[in-house]
Structure formats: structure tokens, C-alpha cells
Design a binder for this molecule. Sequence first.
Ligand SMILES: [Zn+2]
Length: 432
Amino acid sequence: MYWEPEKECLDREDLEQLQLERLQSTLNRVYEHVPFYRKKFDAMGISPEDVGSLADLARLPFTTKADLRENYPYGLFAVPMREVVRIHASSGTTGAATVVGYTRNDIRTWSNLVARVLTAGGVTKDDVVQIAFGYGLFTGAFGLHYGAERVGASVIPASSGNTARQIQIMKDFKTTAIVSTPSYALLMADTLREMGIPVSALSLRYGLFGAEPWSDAMRKEIEGKLGIVATDNYGLSEVLGPGVSGECLERQGLHIHEDHFLVEVVDPETLRPVAPGEAGELVITTLTKEAFPMIRYRTRDLTRLLPGTCRCGRTGLRMGRVSGRTDDMLIIKGVNVFPSQIEHILFEFEGTEPHYQIVVDRKGAMDEVTVMVEAAESIFFDQMRRQKEMVEKIQKRLAQELGIAVDVRLVERKTLGRSEGKAKRVVDRRKL
Ligand SMILES: [Zn+2]
């Protein structure tokens, strides 16, 4: 099932021709209307006319989050404010907020691209879609909302929070598709159980999750607990919001909407392209954005491009699940560690709950890592010996996989904080 088959299944040659035309027009617009880009291009001695092929993209400068902050709030807008119909901002968890704008056309494009994601994830106009993302400056809720309306589904703007009410709505309104972060989906699943409502009392069929990295093991957990087929989708406010890419029901990677975005994967240290199929930092150039075009934006998200074609017939390149952000990468005793690696291992163990937190501390000159993981009641109230065995097994696996020694502590269910939005997986006390 496709939303725009003529675009999602475009053959490579036609696609590349379209990409080049759109790239050239984007470069002309930013050079003309955004002094930041003009200055950068001039300094490098490049003019938009020099870009005659897609390979020339590599000659252009990168744009970073710091550039967005320095041009706060509207410095990178390429249209006058009277043409801007919407403003969103990122929360600024790692610094000042970044502000993005949309023209009426941008909103239309956005709705269409999210409609592609939803359609690929199984949603049709017969579905009742519950949006459990927080409505506000964050792009997640509005993007999915408009996409679902575009598809013709019945949209429930439940927003995030008030989980018991969320579940009541899900049951009474016969929600068939749920949209949220994966960690909130798990919280809803646990609350469902506590409320004594069986999954069979719900009408849920599909879940579309995004806005944070999650593992395949977590997907299985959510699917099992909610009785749904879960797909992953990806986007970030700096280049659009949700709608950049999404999985089809084959679930073999996320199809990138290449007619709207040019993607590269580079080594975050050297900024050179990685070998095909290797992991690195995703870099995105927008091809159709009017209000807020981005040239070679460094997303800080780590992924890889997948080789081959998908059985669904879409021709767009696929990216692997985002394994983490360069920001999230912990350097512990000189070793690079991603929370997703730890999550993946925790899921191997029967008796642990999928809620965990990684605490990093420094004792003297040494980094110390403690993984706190919630244990199922059966384990927790069991004999000390069994708990101890489990801790040792997990520690052994983590040491094997990460190459460093890590402490593991089992804690009672619901000891760790729950999030209704993006989960907080890491507490780095070294920075406090
Ligand atoms: Zn596919």
C-alpha cells in the first residue's frame, strides 16, 4: 500500500534528475535569501552554479546545531515572516532552543510525507489514530496529526500524559493505531495491565513509534504487550519533523523520502563519507523546504544506509534504525558506549523489565557505570541467590559486549522514573 506510488517507486535515474533540479533550486534560494549561507559559500569560493551534479554536494559546507543557535530565532529563514504560517522549536535539552518555520506549502508537504509513513505502517482511512505525543512546540504531535488527517483516518489528539485516561480513550473510542514514543507505549502497556484491562478489550492493530532510539527487542516487547504491529519512523524538527523516513510492514529499514531529502552518512570525526553500508552520522539536505531549507545538516543521529531493495516495491533508500545520537554516546574508560547497546542486552534476560537507567559516576580518576534495571516481582521477591545469579549473568554479558566492567543493580518495579515523552536513560553524574 502506497500513499504516492508514482513518487515512492520512482526509478533511480528519474529520482536523481529530480533531486538535482531541486537541489539547484534550493541552493539558489538560500544563496539569495539567507546571508548565513551566502557568507559560507562565498568564503569557500562556491556559488550555486558550481553544483552540476549530486556528487558536488560534498563540496558544500555542513550546517550544525550551533549554527541554528547562533542564528536564533529567525536568522536561517529563507522567506519573509508574512509567508510563515507555523513556528516550532526544539526543546533545547542540550542548550538553547532552535526555532524552525513552515510556509503553507511546507505544511502541505509535511502532511503528505507523514501520510506516506502512516500508509506504509498499515494505517488507512478506516483507522482511528490516537496521537499520544505532547502537542506543543515539539513537531511530533502536529506532524503525525496532519498526516493522519491527510490519510483520512479519524484522529484523536489525546496528547501525552494522564495514562489512565489515555487507555480509557483507547478502549472506548476503539483506537486502532497508536502513535507515541516507544517508551511511552511501554508505560501505556504496563498501565493497561495494572488497570486489569485485557488487550482483547482494545481494538489496537498498529503502533507507529518514533522520536527516540529503540531496539528491536523493545519492539517485540511492545508488540507482545499491546497486540500490535509496531513500525519505526524518523524525523527531526530541524529538517521537517516526522516524515523524513519510516518503515513499511516488511520492517527491513526505514524508507527515506529521497525526493524531498538528500542523505549522506559521514564519519562524525573526519566528516568523510563512510563506506557503503557502514554506520556513521546522518547528514540531510532538504530539497523542497521553503521557509527553513537546510544544507548538509549534521543530525548527530547514528545510522547506516541499507543495501539492496525492499520487497514492498518502494525504491527509496532505506536507513537502519537510529542506534543512538552522537550526543548520547558515553565515553567510559575511553570506550564508546551507546545506551541502545545496553538496552539490547537487557532484553535478552527473562525476568527483567524493560525499564532501565544508566548512571555514570567518577570515583577519583575512574569512571564507574551502574546499570539499574527493574526486575519482575517473581525475581525480586525470590531468594537472594537467584537475584545474585542474574546480576552476575547480566554483568558478564555487558562486559563481553561493551568491553568494560559495569555494575548491575536490580531494583523493584516502578522504582525508576517513567516518561510520557522521551525516556531519560542516562544520568551522567560526571557532568554535575
Ligand atoms: Zn519497504
